[in-house]
Design a protein around this ligand. Structure first.
Ligand code: SDX
Length: 426
């Protein structure tokens, strides 16, 4: 219940609005009754608007804190694996050893996809962007799986979540294989989650694929670091789509579409393309000047964040992983030199310091993925694979909350006043 109130004076009348406090973070002002006083709030881009109550993830942008169900991201990324994090995000508590083993076997039993899905790919050109394929195929899953579409049934919501966590790697790898004209590789349940993904991505019938444990560990850590991030654009898209009662596969496809944008999940692909365009350290100043130029739309991809006005804690772990992977693979990547110099500039240059633009999660992930041999156009597909558990956990939380309402924002109308229409013959 509200123990504090905000007083708003509108046209001389005082309006009392309850203030709620959460476990952590900012208090919120409940403005739901404002409509009764003839006003709406106005907050394009939702800079200061809370859309829901959630227990899943907490971010303190000023302190660079990211907690999943209370656990700091660096502890999960280094002491748990991605499936443990999936279990935690969806269920609210970390699994016991028994619960973990059971969850892993459930996921393994859902890794294959219906044979009909293979046919979907035949309609795509080979040069279709993998995100276009992922978006289409995930959205079509509801045409195959009908026994988990009753969104009012917690059991069916859980089964659907397990199916999505299990099948996204298979479908993601299919997008890659199709784009390079190689045969799809069936999931192998003898492998763990990240090993299985790497095998489906890189093994070919002509020879066995030897999994590098360091690469598999880095892949798993990348999955964990991207698993959830509170009410970001794509998660809010999934919640809004889900609020209408749309089926979960359609909602996740909507999340994939939103994530694709270069300002959001597409930034890792855009960041690597930017590093490759810069090419060498001596050309960095030219690009930094472009990024600072108000008249130039160019931005340094991989920098800045709506919430983090400090280091993105995921970028910190990603940076360490980046060095580990390059070292274990014996790769000297000149793009890493460019990245390190850019990071140094971002931490020293007044423009970046004043605007609190730090490297974000997308800054280092691209370099690691490139080192693993994953093509740039697959980066956001991997982000979507990782984030599916976050999306479906928020979707499930919203539908578990009593009184869930359809999301329907209002607006400030600045169009034409009422006028009489003149039929064309007049
Ligand atoms: C993700 O929300 C999430 O949690 C997202 C995410 C997740 O896990 O879900 O964390 C994943 O999307 C990370 C962000 C990846 N995007 C990029 O790296 C793209 C580059 N970054 C920017 O486009 C931007 O920083 C955003 C979109 C991330 C944030 O934009 P905001 O919060 O709307 O901030 P803004 O655009 O108003 O910028 C504030 C100022 C502006 O200058 P002024 O108009 O105030 O003078 O900072 C400048 C911007 O011009 N600025 C940049 C910049 N980012 C912001 N200038 C140069 N380079 C940049 N990257």
């Amino acid at each position: 219940m509200a123990d504090k109130k905000a007083i708003l004076t509108i046209d001389g009348n005082q309006v009392e609005l309850p203030i709620y406090s959460g476990t952590l973070g900012q208090d919120v002002i409940d403005i739901r009754t404002l409509g009764q006083h003839g006003h709406f709030t106005f907050d394009p881009g939702f800079l200061a608007t809370g859309s829901c109550e959630s227990e899943i993830t907490f971010i303190d942008g000023g302190k660079g804190v990211l907690l999943h169900r209370g656990y700091p991201i660096d502890q999960l990324a280094t002491q748990a694996d991605y499936l443990e994090t999936c279990y935690l995000l969806f269920n609210g508590e970390a699994p016991s050893e028994e619960e973990y083993k059971e969850f892993v076997s459930i996921i393994k039993n859902h890794t294959m996809v219906h044979e009909g899905i293979h046919q979907f790919f035949n309609g795509f050109d080979r040069d279709a962007h993998p995100m276009a394929m992922l978006n289409s195929v995930v959205g079509a899953l509801s045409s195959f799986y009908h026994n988990d579409l009753d969104i009012t049934d917690p059991e069916q919501r859980h089964r659907c979540a397990n199916r999505l966590v299990a099948k996204l790697p298979t479908i993601a790898a299919m997008c890659y294989k199709y784009s390079i004209g190689q045969p799809f590789v069936c999931p192998k349940n003898s492998l763990n989650y990240s090993e299985n993904f790497l095998n489906m991505m890189f093994s070919v019938p002509a020879e066995d694929y030897e999994i590098n444990p360091a690469v598999a560990k880095a892949m798993d850590r990348i999955f964990t670091l991207h698993a959830d991030h509170e009410q970001n654009a794509s998660t809010s898209t999934v919640r809004l789509a889900g609020s209408s009662g749309a089926n979960p596969y359609a909602c996740i496809a909507a999340g994939i579409a939103s994530l694709w944008g270069p300002a959001h999940g597409g930034a890792n692909e855009a960041c690597l393309n930017m590093l490759e365009e810069i090419g060498t350290v001596d050309r960095i100043d030219e690009y930094v000047a472009k990024a600072k130029d108000k008249n130039d739309p160019f931005r340094l991809m991989g920098f800045g964040h709506r919430v983090y006005k400090n280091f993105d804690p995921r970028a910190t772990v990603m940076r360490e992983t980046c060095h580990e992977v390059l070292e274990s693979l014996g790769i000297k990547d000149p793009l890493l030199d460019v990245a390190m110099r850019l990071e140094q500039i971002a931490l020293e240059d007044p423009y970046f310091v004043e605007k609190k633009l730090y490297p974000n999660v997308d800054f280092y992930s691209g370099i690691i993925l490139k080192a693993i041999g994953i093509p740039t156009n697959m980066f956001t597909v991997i982000f979507a694979l990782s984030r599916t558990i976050g999306w479906i956990s928020h979707w499930n939380e919203m539908l578990s909350q009593p009184g869930a309402k359809i999301g329907r924002p209002r607006q400030l109308y600045t169009g034409q006043d009422k006028r009489e229409f003149q039929p064309i013959k007049k």
